[in-house]
Design a binder for this molecule. Sequence first.
Ligand SMILES: [Zn+2]
Length: 105
Amino acid sequence: MKKSHGPAFRKEAIDLAQCPACKGRAVIKGVFHDLACLQCNASGWVSVASGMALPLEDLVTQLSLRLQAAQRQINELKQPRAVGAEAIYQDNNRRGAGGTNYTGD
Ligand SMILES: [Zn+2]
C-alpha cells in the first residue's frame, strides 16, 4: 500500500462569494495606485462558508475549476446546435483555438 503525501482532500468546488472588501475586483484603490486586496488574497473571491480568503494553493485550484466551468459554458454558447453531417464537419473544423472558424468550401 502506498501512502500518498499531503492531505487526502478531494478537490471539490468550494462555494465562493465576491469579496466584500474589494467587491470582487481583487484590488483596492490606494491613494496613488491599486493595492492587492488582502482579505481575498487578491483573488476577488472569498469562501462562502467562512467569509475568508482561501489558502493560495486551494485558491488556485478553485479558480481553475471555475475557469474551466466558465470556459465550457462559453464553448457551448459559441457552438451552434448543429446536427448530422454538419456537426461532423464542424467537429473536424474545430481544431484551432477560434472554434467558430467557418472556412466555407
Ligand atoms: Zn478582496
